[in-house]
Ligand binder design. Structure first.
Ligand SMILES: NC(=[NH2+])NCCC[C@H](N)C(=O)O
Length: 482
């Protein structure tokens, strides 16, 4: 079943077998303070530190778990000064090139071998970025792997910057989500993320890796009369969806966040399409406040194992009750600023009559017990271990955004100390990525022996980009949970 191109994800925690990642490219080092917010970064980044001290460790962990031989056979040489980090650079010959940990830049370089696609892609990107027509001819002359790098970083080999960077491309989660054997593509809310989406559409629709899945790629579009509407109407009816708001929690169940980035109209379309095409039976909408701090639902909760979740305390039962304090709802007025709404739509049941959940924990517990058949008590770990004011501080630096390599083994950020304490209280060991990698290297431990562990990545630079390991991954294949 695991052929080279197999695509299937039916949970958030089944053993991770294949994913798309993008390593920080040189464009990230070109973000300037006045543009940082427009480009959705909280600050400017020291790219060397981000790569060598942080992201490289992430890659090594992924490779050890997903493609052991690929890394273990070379582990003693890849970091030597004379290797010049070529192992990590997608345009170099000694790049690791794995069919499990996959870099879109490599897929893009492959696509550009077709002259027709090369022309079309150059035309689309230049039109989108509004560059001079004459630049197209110049780009046509570039070697394909160089052009792939340029299309992403925006920087020509002679150092001219021709496009803005797309620094958020490291957050591959947001470009699309694998829903069983379908891929739901994004339609980004933010202009800064549009080029990523153009590039990925070409890849999904043209690369041999996705060939058997062309009819399973789902695009969500604006209503047909959208361009006729005035601006106010457009604002109301806009369709935008980003992958961080879509979570494939069980074979029959998809969560869709309505947030700063994903609109109600997009969510409605997803419900209809999922039911019409019989892809999942339940779609649950989780509406969160449209705020930069929360951006996507995966910044407020992710799954650790079948019966364990890490969540943002202000959205929890206790948090909401506390915030409400002595406020009497029947008097009207505004509710808590963190109020969330959870509505579940089941195939065959009237859309006017969704099932409602009062609290996030109720929904997550229902997923664990009903959908994932967990027989153990559902456990919750809270951001900052619910200690004031660490819950909010650590949510901001992605304490709730972990990537599961398998049930119970997740990657998180080292700066979220209090949340780590919360993990430990629930029986999860906490280990630094570098220490774990040393053990793998010395063969004291094999990735298959790692159980119930939170792996901590250094995160001083990465967290300024405002995404965690969950955001930095687009799973294509996970082993089914049963
Ligand atoms: N799935 C996620 N939470 N992605 C985080 C994306 C962060 C990125 N800087 C943005 O604002 O778009």
């Amino acid at each position: 079943m695991e052929n080279q191109h197999h695509i299937h994800v039916s949970s958030e925690v089944g053993i991770l077998k294949r994913l798309l990642i993008h390593s920080p490219d040189e464009g990230i080092g070109k973000v300037i303070p006045t543009k940082a917010q427009d480009w959705l970064f909280e600050d400017i980044i020291h790219v060397d530190t981000m790569r060598k001290k942080e992201y490289d460790l992430y890659l090594k962990i992924l490779l050890y778990f997903l493609d052991y031989e690929k890394i273990h056979s070379q582990i003693n040489t890849i970091d030597l000064p004379e290797s010049q980090r070529h192992f990590y650079k997608p345009d170099k010959e000694n790049y690791f090139e794995s069919d499990k940990v996959i870099e879109p830049q490599r897929l893009l370089a492959h696509l550009l071998e077709s002259k027709d696609l090369k022309q079309r892609m150059i035309a689309s990107i230049c039109a989108h970025e509004g560059t001079a027509y004459s630049l197209q001819a110049e780009l046509m002359e570039l070697d394909n792997s160089v052009l792939a790098r340029v299309m992403i970083s925006g920087i020509l080999p002679d150092k001219r910057m021709i496009f803005p960077p797309i620094p958020n491309f490291i957050f591959t989660r947001d470009i699309g989500i694998t829903v069983n054997d379908h891929i739901l593509l994004n339609k980004p809310k933010k202009k800064a993320r549009t080029r990523e989406s153009i590039i990925m559409k070409y890849i999904f629709f043209n690369h041999p890796m996705f060939k058997e899945y062309t009819s399973n790629i789902i695009e969500i579009n604006d209503p047909e009369d959208f361009f006729l509407l005035d601006e106010d109407e457009q604002e109301k009816k806009i369709v935008t969806i980003e992958g961080g708001d879509v979570m494939m929690v069980a074979p029959n169940h998809l969560l869709v966040g309505v947030s700063e980035r994903t609109s109600i109209h997009a969510a409605s379309k997803v419900i209809q399409l999922m039911h019409e095409r019989d892809i999942v039976e339940k779609v649950t909408i989780v509406k969160i406040p449209a705020k930069r701090a929360y951006m996507h639902i995966d910044t407020t909760f992710t799954q650790v194992k079948r019966n364990m979740w890490v969540i943002f305390g202000s959205f929890s039962k206790e948090g909401l009750k506390q915030e409400k304090g002595d406020y009497i709802s029947s008097l009207g007025g505004s509710k808590s600023e963190n109020e969330i709404e959870i509505l579940q739509y089941i195939k065959g049941r009237s859309y006017d009559d969704p099932i409602q959940f009062d609290y996030l924990e109720d929904l997550l517990n229902d997923i664990s017990v009903t959908d994932l058949k967990s027989e153990e008590k559902t456990k919750f770990i809270y951001s900052g271990d619910n200690e004031f004011p660490h819950g909010r501080r650590e949510q901001w630096t992605d304490s709730c955004n972990v990537l599961a390599l398998k049930e119970g083994v997740v990657i998180g950020y080292d700066r979220n100390d209090k949340t780590s304490k919360g993990f430990q209280k629930q029986g999860i060991k906490v280990v630094k990525a570098a220490e774990l990698l040393d053990k793998f290297k010395n063969e004291e431990l094999h990735p298959s022996e790692v159980k119930d562990t939170l792996i901590l990545l250094p995160s001083a630079e990465l967290s300024r980009a405002r995404g965690g390991s969950h955001c930095m991954s687009m799973p294509l294949l996970r082993t089914p949970l049963w």
